[in-house]
Design a protein around this ligand. Structure first.
Ligand code: C5P
Length: 241
């Protein structure tokens, strides 16, 4: 088994459960976790999550919860019941919201006697670049400063890690220590275009920066041969060490 398998998360950004299950079957030998985001979840509901968990597949449920603390706490409780390995909330929801998510997820996991999912805070989306950040979001300073500030807040609230670009991974690691998880989307193998993703990094670059997990969607699922695409990414991950 490839030594980088456990670090690779493939985004199942497809419409149907059938497509998702086919991709999982095809890619499982090389991919340690699969991400279900809004497209698949809003179309197919929790059934597809439950089916993958039932098959023993590790699921990262990427619904980016962002609401008042009570609403997020109740949603976190429900998502914990699904048996996912990881889910996320927006750091921009604030500390009360993040703490509420952690508390209710831990409570629910304890009641059910299951492991608590990893809870990760989304920082600045990898589709945002510095000009858009400056003009549209109303924050001052650099993206990296905001990402690190949110990472520290998430850590203080008891979250397990953050979603960020690998461009910020070194700064997050320096501030949050060796055990804090850094999940990096915006991964583009050498020569593949970013499209809507702006703060892109190659698989080798993300590994060198200390990312714990690399999230890859279109470069794999839209490839003519997804297995070949995954193997190229694993090779690139290995080339950094
Ligand atoms: O196709 P691509 O590789 O750009 O897919 C990246 C995946 O990671 C998408 O499913 C996207 O929703 C997700 N994601 C992201 N940036 C974040 C959080 C999640 O791109 N900050």
């Amino acid at each position: 088994m490839n030594e980088f398998r456990e670090k690779l998360i493939v985004a199942l950004d497809v419409d149907s459960a059938e497509q998702a299950l086919d991709l999982v079957k095809l890619l499982s030998p090389w991919v340690g976790m699969f991400k279900i985001g809004m497209q698949l979840f809003y179309g197919q509901g929790p059934a597809v999550v439950e089916e993958l968990c039932r098959q023993g597949v590790k699921v990262f449920l990427d619904l980016k919860l962002h609401d008042i603390p009570n609403t997020v706490a109740q949603a976190a409780r429900v998502l914990t019941r699904l048996g996912v390995a990881m889910f996320n909330v927006h750091a921009a929801g604030g500390s009360a919201m993040m703490r509420a998510a952690v508390e209710s997820s831990r409570e629910e996991a304890e009641i059910l006697g299951i492991p608590c999912p990893l809870i990760i805070a989304v920082t600045v989306l990898t589709s945002i670049d510095q000009p858009a950040f400056d003009r549209e979001l109303g924050y001052t300073g650099t993206i990296a400063d905001r990402v690190v500030a949110w990472a520290l807040l998430a850590k203080e609230c008891g979250l397990d890690g953050v979603v960020a670009s690998a461009r910020e991974a070194v700064a997050i690691r320096q501030s949050c220590g060796p055990d804090f998880l850094i999940v990096t989307p915006g991964i583009r193998p050498a020569g593949v275009t970013g499209r809507d993703q702006k703060r892109i990094v190659t698989p080798a670059g993300a590994m060198a920066a200390g990312a714990n997990y690399l999230v890859v969607g279109r470069p794999v699922i839209s490839a003519p041969d997804p297995v070949k695409a995954v193997r190229v990414i694993l090779d690139e991950m290995g080339s950094s060490v």
